[in-house]
Write a protein that binds this ligand. Structure first.
Ligand code: AQP
Length: 327
């Protein structure tokens, strides 16, 4: 079996974008791949976190991902900061990553514009920490949303460069970006991606939102003045709603256009909202029971942390030896 690796930052409540862009694929890939998933908590401190809230976010995210259908009997799901090879590999890869290539990362440009008071070195070197996450497990496929494409490319570049110097140390991974759902946009500004840290609460649907909140957000979603459900240029809002609806129901855009012929945006928004409510309902219910059982959550991540350390140490040791460290 090939290896799939991916991670998510516990930087706030998981969104419908995270779910449709990445986590849904994490779940389906479990039968075909050896899946290794991480809660990328080290990545979150590139933005300042409040300690108590951060602890809560980590456990909430862990329980939420399990609730989405990650089966800890089949897949590894560990906490990045518990596995020390990640921070070590990040330092090593920093030294094999060029300032120029990191400067071109659009996420760095976006996030440094957004957090102008704290443009720290970690924000800049985020991609080499992420490259290490992936390369430590010799991953074949990395299921992510479209916004991570550039980080996958730099991971491949770093690995290829390292292999060029020292022989075949790293497997060169490929991104696994879904055809549908790869870029879910904000419901309030459909030119911007839906994001955990969006300040406009109506723009972002969270995995754990109540059905009422979900319906309200879809009813308020920004559309256009045409009142005709079809996909097209200049219709970012409707295109986004069609994308969400299509990803969840499996209906093609043509089918959706056909089904909503002659109906207004109100009906369509209601249908999309209801589809999302039904998709997320069982997840929220399972989350409620997981989050009450902290001992079970701890048992799951401790077990996974230990195995992740064993697997990643093999790559780490090989890398250290190749470079010239004495082990
Ligand atoms: N809007 C989105 N549409 C589709 N996929 C998305 N992903 C994120 N947003 C969308 C995918 O979710 C996975 C986990 O993301 P992450 O936690 O590593 O970081 P992120 O991309 O920075 O997510 P957010 O929600 O925007 O968080 P903040 O606000 O903290 O920056 C990735 O596979 C990502 O592609």
């Amino acid at each position: 079996k090939q290896i799939a690796f991916s991670a998510i930052q516990p930087s706030g409540t998981i969104t419908l974008g995270n779910y449709l862009g990445a986590i849904r694929n994490w779940v389906t890939m479990q039968n075909e791949y050896n899946c290794i998933y991480a809660l990328a908590d080290l990545h979150t401190i590139t933005v300042r976190q409040e300690p108590a809230q951060m602890r809560k976010n980590i456990l909430d995210a862990y329980a939420s991902i399990l609730a989405c259908g990650i089966d800890t009997e089949k897949s590894l799901f560990f906490i990045q900061s518990h596995v020390h090879t990640h921070a070590e590999m990040a330092w090593v890869l920093d030294c094999y990553t060029q300032f120029g290539e990191l400067s071109r990362m659009t996420q760095f440009k976006d996030k440094s514009a957004k957090h102008a008071d704290n443009i720290n070195a970690g924000l800049f070197t985020y991609p080499s920490l992420m490259a290490g996450d992936i390369l430590l497990y010799q991953a074949d496929k990395v299921p992510v949303g479209a916004d991570q494409q550039q980080h996958i490319e730099i991971t491949r570049d770093i690995a290829t460069r390292f292999n060029g110097l020292y022989g075949n140390v790293f497997k060169i991974p490929e991104g696994f970006i879904p055809k549908n759902g790869a870029r879910v946009m904000s419901l309030q500004d459909p030119t911007k991606k839906m994001s955990k840290s969006d300040e406009n609460v109506n723009g972002c649907v969270h995995l754990l939102d109540s059905p009422e909140a979900i319906m309200r957000k879809f009813k308020r979603a920004i559309t256009d003045s045409e009142a005709h459900v079809h996909y097209g240029e200049g219709k970012d809002g409707i295109n986004n709603l069609m994308g969400i609806y299509s990803t969840i129901t499996g209906l093609s855009f043509e089918q959706i256009e056909h089904d909503f012929e002659g109906k207004g945006y109100g009906d369509f928004k209601t249908a999309v909202g209801e589809a999302v409510v039904e998709e997320l309902r069982p997840i929220r219910e399972r989350y409620e029971s997981y989050i009450k059982d902290k001992a079970y959550l701890e048992e799951c991540y401790r077990k996974a942390d230990e195995i992740a350390l064993k697997i990643s140490s093999r790559t780490m040791n090989k890398v250290m030896k190749k470079i010239g460290f004495i082990l």
